[in-house]
Design a protein around this ligand. Structure first.
Ligand code: EPZ
Length: 449
């Protein structure tokens, strides 16, 4: 456990700490070892938003000139997206200060059939971008976390409304249009992906497109702001009605900075409360965190909100109160914080309910939590958490990105040692996770197999 004096000497940013590694055969990093019980203390800086960056890099493929994008997180999903865009012919360079230079004018194909397209979900945004750019696109079916069925019918409905024909064959989605024309589109479900994809495809369409029942997540606003900075005309992002006036040419030649990652920030805030710690999360937009801060205060967690910081703190022996949650599209409680929050409810006093409203099957990690001593019963979309559990260390798996982050949090609260396997899933979406956690006092290490 680091002394306060050591913690105070630590600067914000990963480069001050070297990582302890247990090297068995020195090829692949494969799991984390966590020793629980430390109170998390100190400062952590949040990276750029994964889900905004995936939309923005795809939207950049639409432009008629180069652009510069900064605050792009160095995470596996983004690096795969950059590889896919380079395979289309785009010039992409990371400059010395981390800013990305992107020039899509050298794109030579509308076929994104690079194998890695199947490994991430965000690759589906290339459908909207290439359709908008070349009136044609063909990409492999996207991948992503397994939450049961993940239909894309609303994306297709939107493209067809704009005048495109859509076919799915041989594992590929093909969209084609002689001419894209603005249209009034009502989404049957509130979908982040469909809202962003249709918005991107409609930017260069003739006339005006209206998307009704649109999703309102912060990353949707960020993609719209990026497009407007590059010359587009998108109004109303962040509300449930978005209006896009077609602009034939997007000059670009501008720089854009991506918003902080709401889900990464929430993960550190929950870790602080779980360990009865005192952590300040930096470089965030507090407004985006309100769905979480409000519920944490209900549970007795103390928070202090600054311009771009939130301090989360508790007394070492303070009890957490039970609470009921239901996940909803923004500004409701984010489903991407559901697993991490369920861990917090495991140690709260009394019984809580977690209702998963967005995804069909997002409780697969609960068996792993039960292995660590949690008492949870799942009935359909509801998990009933008994609370007041003392978690104990065990060997568990990262089932997907956020479930993996939840296992790290469970390990921090558990007595003894926890080993988490398949951590590649976690590093898809958390930049320098181990370094940042160690900076606030977590006892976590990587095992290299
Ligand atoms: C985005 O996924 C995020 N992924 C997910 O985050 C997040 O869980 C989700 O939005 C909800 O907030 C990215 O941004 C890359 P949706 P997406 O379309 O776009 C149904 C993470 O951990 N639906 O908003 O795929 C769908 O089945 C990831 O970072 C249709 O029925 O989600 C679901 O029930 C995991 N038809 C609901 O809508 C469609 O055409 C919401 O899905 C599209 C969606």
């Amino acid at each position: 456990m680091q002394t306060q004096e050591q913690l105070n000497r630590i600067q914000i940013g990963p480069e001050t700490l070297s990582l302890p590694q247990i090297d068995k055969r020195g090829t692949n990093v494969s799991s984390y070892i966590i020793r629980g019980g430390n109170r998390l203390l100190g400062d952590v800086k949040v990276s750029g938003s994964k889900n905004a960056a995936l939309g923005i890099i795809s939207a950049a493929m639409l432009l008629d000139g180069p652009c510069w994008v900064d605050n792009v997180p160095d995470i596996a999903d983004l690096n795969v997206m950059l590889e896919i865009c380079r395979a289309l012919g785009a010039q992409i360079k990371r400059e010395s200060d981390g800013t990305l230079y992107i020039n899509p004018c050298t794109i030579t194909t509308c076929e994104a059939t690079y194998d890695k397209v199947r490994s991430i979900r965000g690759s589906y945004y290339l459908l909207g971008a290439l359709l908008g750019r070349m009136n044609r696109a063909s990409i492999y079916m996207p991948g992503g976390c397994n939450f049961g069925t993940r239909p894309i019918d609303q994306h297709m409905k939107g493209f067809e409304s704009l005048g495109a024909s859509v076919t799915i064959e041989y594992g590929k989605i093909n969209v084609e249009a002689e001419h894209l024309r603005g249209e009034h589109i009502f989404l049957d479900v509130v979908s982040v992906g469909a809202t962003i994809n249709i918005m991107i495809a409609a930017v260069k369409a003739e006339g005006t497109t209206v998307i009704e029942n649109a999703a309102r997540e912060p990353h949707i606003v960020d993609v719209a702001n990026f497009l407007n900075t590059m010359g587009a005309n998108v109004r109303g992002a962040g509300t449930d009605v978005i209006r896009i006036s077609g602009t034939p040419v997007l000059e670009a030649n501008a720089t854009y900075s991506i918003i902080p990652d709401q889900i990464e920030a929430g993960t550190y805030m929950l870790a602080a409360a779980l360990t009865r710690g005192d952590v300040t999360v930096h470089d965030i937009i507090p407004k985006h965190m309100e769905p979480l801060t409000a519920k944490m205060e209900e549970m007795g967690v103390k928070t202090e909100v600054g311009d771009d910081t939130i301090r989360v703190y508790m007394e070492p022996d303070q009890q957490l109160r039970a609470a009921n949650f239901k996940t909803m599209p923004y500004p409701g409680f984010p489903t991407d914080l559901q697993p991490q929050t369920t861990v917090l409810l495991c140690v709260a006093e009394g019984s809580s309910k977690m209702l998963e409203n967005v995804w069909e099957n997002r409780f697969q990690y609960i068996d792993d939590l039960k292995t660590m001593g949690a008492e949870i019963m799942v009935a359909g979309h509801t998990a009933i958490i008994a609370g007041s559990s003392q978690l104990t260390g065990a060997k568990v798996m990262a089932r997907d990105l956020r479930a993996g982050a939840a296992m790290v949090l469970a390990g921090l609260a558990a007595t003894g040692e926890t080993e988490i396997t398949d951590i590649g899933k976690i590093e898809r979406g958390y930049e320098n996770f181990v370094k940042k956690m160690r900076m606030i006092g977590a006892d976590i290490a990587r095992i290299v197999e």
